[in-house]
Design a protein around this ligand. Structure first.
Ligand code: BGC
Length: 248
């Protein structure tokens, strides 16, 4: 296979939906539509693997798969589980999914996957220094880059913040549950961004995840010292980056 033809099925396992597409992992191009299936409840490894099997059959795909999982992932082993079942914890996900799906599967943290796509092909392209991508959806994920290199598993959505965690304070789920307007939600986001600036002094924040699609409805309310931009690949970055991570 020529390098420019490294086609991988990218799968983004989220707390709400499992998104997938075939991706040219060299160019970052999606070769199919980005499809979505509901995340099973409870989202056990077995139940999620069955959905990926259906997705694989839907795409008629027999090749390799790259997956993003909302979990700390170290050498293919999940070390946490947020918005998915606790049975994932300590599971060697690479081995489990490869066996279940009968192909080679490589798993990384979902926000790290989205970050890989944005730093190579999207809003973080050619940006040096410290870049912090936040994916804002069911939870808050983070991908920290220094001169284009990923510092994996930062999980900044789980830092203690305002008597709770950052993700409980400012995720899209919280916005919906508390019926916050964009202005009210952006005020919360500004407090979180200010805290993250004190910790990392990034030159750029990239906001991704479900809420990035509506960026221009709240961008006027966002304020911080660093530049802020929406993810260029919207919510597709997770799928594209999951495929790229297969060879990373
Ligand atoms: C999880 C992270 C994930 C983020 C976005 C958080 O709750 O802990 O691993 O990146 O949600 O899905």
């Amino acid at each position: 296979m020529k390098t420019e033809e490294r086609i991988i099925m990218g799968v983004d396992i989220g707390g709400t939906g499992i998104k997938y597409a075939l991706v040219n992992s060299v160019t970052g191009e999606m070769l199919t539509e980005r499809f979505k299936k509901a995340t099973p409840k409870p989202a056990t490894p077995q139940a999620v693997a069955s959905v990926i099997q259906e997705a694989k059959e839907h795409l008629d795909w027999n090749g390799d798969i790259g997956c993003g999982l909302p979990s700390i992932v170290s050498n293919g082993v999940a070390l946490s589980a947020a918005n998915i079942d606790n049975q994932w914890i300590d599971l060697n996900v690479n081995e489990f999914l490869s066996k279940f799906l009968n192909c080679n599967v490589k798993v990384v943290n979902d926000a790290d996957a989205a970050g890989l796509a944005e730093i190579k092909f999207g809003a973080g392209k050619n940006i040096n220094g410290v870049v912090l991508l936040l994916t804002i959806g069911t939870g808050i994920g983070s991908a920290l880059f220094v001169n284009g290199n990923l510092v994996p598993n930062t999980e900044l959505g789980h830092i203690k913040f305002k008597k709770d965690t950052a993700e409980k304070y400012a995720s899209n789920t919280t916005k919906k549950q508390k019926n916050l307007s964009y202005k009210e939600w952006a005020n919360r986001m500004n407090k979180l961004l200010a805290h993250l600036e004190r910790l990392f002094t990034p030159s750029l924040f990239i906001l991704g995840g479900g809420i990035s699609k509506r960026y221009y409805e709240y961008s006027d309310y966002l304020q911080c010292n660093a530049d802020i931009v929406p993810a260029e690949q919207d919510n597709a970055a997770g799928v594209i980056g999951a495929a790229m991570a297969f060879y990373a």
